[in-house]
Design a protein around this ligand. Structure first.
Ligand code: BGC
Length: 383
């Protein structure tokens, strides 16, 4: 039986299980997946949109262009679903211009200074697309390619597996890289992101997901309360490249070890905030060992929606949407003004290929790159 066919049985199987255990069932709330055409790229490549719905009605819409999360609908404290990510209504917006709304970012998330690095005695020059620097994989990064797609039904939920081969020399990177990203939607209102890659020559790699969250579904994110499991962060220079210092957050506006509203200290007279135009920094996650660790907790006390992020990665980029300036009209004709959304990008630290003290981002042939991040949506106060 094909996977698609098997998926068609999923609602029925889940329905039978609910009956046999006596669990009350709400009508039409059964996990399911649909796929439909979502336009074509300028070079004629067809793009598909996949819609995944879990047993509580939480809905993920993802397209094959850039592996972009087009919408993510989660319940508020009254059970009302709302879209918590920024983006466009159609493919055209994403093709025109997008600050990486909802996209898979690669080969290297965030910046590499002047797009240069040396690896095993060879100097490489990557595309520069952000002032003097290389940002988010270059001019045509993983956010701008059409990924292969395969739906699946796993132990934890239903999902899609996206695949992409980045050729040797792509944006200046060495080695042909085979990448896959899976999105799994569980019935615990989680989205599990699994990244994997292999290469035929040593290359830097740092994959992440670039969704802009707004848990209220409208307005700005300054009232959202953020907690970060980070005692330290990596300060940046005026081009947002880490200086190499690993600084303590204590006594600074970067201390989110206890919850703080994002707007509380964002306007403080502080050099790092001035450089970022707000928060645009990598936080060093505090962890007691390998595996998933809590990285961030975001709460919108008005809607009651909450998001917890767990990851196997050593860092998280907290970007407070400082470069949004109202010039982009997004979903529903809404102008995205400054700080309409925020990104929490689990990652290795920016510019690691040039920073010896940062954890390595080099993938060698024969090794498999693996990274996992889990987004858990809930409500506050919890029920
Ligand atoms: C970066 C920002 C950048 C944004 C959109 C974030 O990950 O940290 O500096 O402006 O992505 O490109």
């Amino acid at each position: 039986m094909s996977r698609t066919l098997r998926l068609m049985w999923l609602p029925i199987i889940l329905g039978l299980l609910a009956c046999s255990t006596g669990t009350p069932r709400s009508p039409a709330l059964e996990a399911h997946l649909t796929r439909e055409p979502f336009g074509t790229t300028p070079t004629g490549e067809p793009v598909e949109l996949l819609t995944l719905t879990n047993a509580h009605g939480m809905e993920l819409r993802v397209m094959t262009f850039g592996g972009i999360i087009v919408s993510l609908k989660v319940p508020d404290r009254t059970g009302t679903l709302g879209d918590v990510v920024l983006g466009y209504d159609s493919l055209a917006g994403y093709l025109r211009s997008s600050p990486y709304f909802g996209a898979i970012v690669g080969r290297y998330g965030n910046r590499i200074a002047r797009g240069r690095f040396a690896l095993h005695g060879t100097e490489y020059q990557l595309a520069t697309n952000n002032g003097p620097n290389h940002l988010h994989g270059g001019i045509r990064g993983f956010d701008k390619v059409v990924w292969g797609v395969e739906p699946f039904q796993g132990d934890s939920g239903i999902g899609v597996r996206l695949t992409h081969t980045s050729p040797d020399g792509d944006e200046g990177y060495p080695g042909a890289l085979q990448a896959s990203v899976t999105y799994t939607l569980t019935d615990r209102n989680e989205l599990i992101l699994d990244y994997q890659a292999t290469t035929d020559r040593a290359t830097p790699i740092n994959l992440t997901q670039h969704s802009y969250f707004n848990l209220a579904g409208s307005g700005d994110i300054l009232g959202h309360e953020l907690t970060l499991s980070a005692e330290r962060f990596t300060p940046v220079d005026s081009t947002l490249i880490p200086t190499g210092e690993i600084a303590s957050v204590a006594g600074t506006p970067f201390d989110f070890r206890t919850p703080h509203a994002i707007g509380e200290r964002i306007g403080a007279d502080e050099e790092q905030l001035r450089r970022g135009g707000g928060y645009d920094h990598n936080f060093v996650l505090t962890r007691s060992g390998p595996g998933l660790a809590l990285a961030a907790r975001l709460v919108d006390s008005v809607s009651g929606r909450t998001l917890e992020i767990r990851t196997t990665e050593p860092g998280i980029q907290f970007y407070s949407g400082n470069f949004l300036d109202g010039s982009i009209t997004g979903k529903g004709g809404v102008a995205y003004r400054r700080r309409t959304g925020l990104c929490l990008e689990t990652q290795h630290f920016p510019d690691s290929p040039n920073q010896r003290v940062f954890p390595s981002t080099i993938l060698e042939p024969g090794q498999t790159y693996r990274s996992q991040t889990v987004w858990t949506f809930g409500v506050w106060p919890s029920k």
